[in-house]
Design a protein around this ligand. Structure first.
Ligand code: GLN
Length: 305
């Protein structure tokens, strides 16, 4: 059997010797205060074995990674009907792009762009009377850990300067694709982006996509096998914005990044792997996180291709 622990440790040590490039996300003032040299890794396999390195138990801001969870909740309820409000095509544009929305009549290309995730938040507000509680309890149940919470300071920081997201939401409202008040939808969106998780918690949470819709302990079913397949496909094609092709090329796994510096990748049927390193490349994805995952799938040959 492959020694994941040894391989993770080796790549981790190698990367520490290399220069760490990129910048911590500065456009959310509170995120810019994070120590840029943090670096954590955690892999959990379907036998519930855990392999880790560095700052794997320290919490950081989930940011866009939460979009997979909010999408899963909406999809679980609406199934294919959801695609009337948001598409499933890669955008080839940055996560906060505005220009495409006009020619697309306010229907975002995919649920992992900010526009798409804001629509999904609007959908969840229609489906649930207390959507914040539904999101946080899904995360806690999947992680089998109640120590997962919103981070008020980060949400407030984003609310105070989230002008692009406001522009996206108001534009979609004008096209009829946002049903609630824009401020309420954005409050909810910024709150879910602010949730703090560790690599260990993230790896455990994402086991439902390695286990075809079921939680790590097998107790809960969140998605059907067909739905889990489709969410993994959207992660592969859209999980890294205009770097999605590069991620598939280098890493070869479905995954999702966030501007908190986290990345989670899934090998269906085998494992879920979370990395965290706050310095981002120019596309908004963790520089060291990407390097780690590329080395990991090269060394282990565990990839969907
Ligand atoms: N909350 C961030 C934003 O809306 C999420 C972006 C990201 O992680 N890529 O800008």
């Amino acid at each position: 059997m492959m020694d994941f622990g040894k391989i993770i440790d080796h790549i981790y040590q190698q990367l520490l010797l290399e220069k760490n490039l990129g910048q911590v996300a500065g456009y959310i003032p509170e995120l810019a205060t994070v120590d840029s040299e943090k670096f954590g890794v955690c892999l959990i396999n379907t036998d519930n074995q855990c392999f880790s390195a560095g700052d794997w138990q320290e919490q950081f801001s989930i940011q866009s990674i939460v979009k997979v969870v909010t999408l899963s909740l909406a999809y679980q309820k609406l199934d294919a009907q959801l695609w009337q409000r948001v598409g499933v095509e890669p955008s080839g544009t940055p996560f906060n792009n505005l220009s495409r929305l006009e020619s697309d009549y306010g229907i975002p290309r995919n649920p992992f762009s900010n526009a798409g995730a804001i629509v999904v938040c609007d959908v969840l507000m229609e489906l649930f009377s207390d959507p914040r509680e539904v999101v946080i309890s899904m995360l806690r149940t999947l992680a089998a850990d109640d120590d997962i919470n919103f981070t008020q300071a980060i949400a407030a920081s984003e609310k105070s300067e989230g002008y692009r997201n406001m522009a996206l939401a108001y534009f979609m409202k004008s096209m009829g694709n946002i049903k609630h008040e824009v401020e309420d939808v954005l409050d909810f969106y910024f709150d879910v982006c602010s949730i703090a998780v560790s690599c260990e918690q993230l790896a455990r949470i994402f086991m439902y996509l390695a286990k075809h819709g079921r939680s790590a302990d097998g107790k809960y079913s969140y998605l059907s096998e067909g739905q889990a397949k489709r969410i993994n496909a959207i992660m592969l094609t859209c999980g890294f914005y205009d770097e999605a092709g590069d991620f598939a090329f280098r890493v070869g796994l479905p995954g999702k990044s966030g501007v908190g510096g986290g990345i989670v990748a899934v090998m269906p049927g085998e494992f879920s792997l979370a990395v965290w390193s706050p310095r981002l490349n120019e596309k908004g994805n963790s520089y060291r996180g990407l390097r780690f995952l590329e080395h990991f799938t090269d060394a282990t040959e565990r990839t969907i291709f």
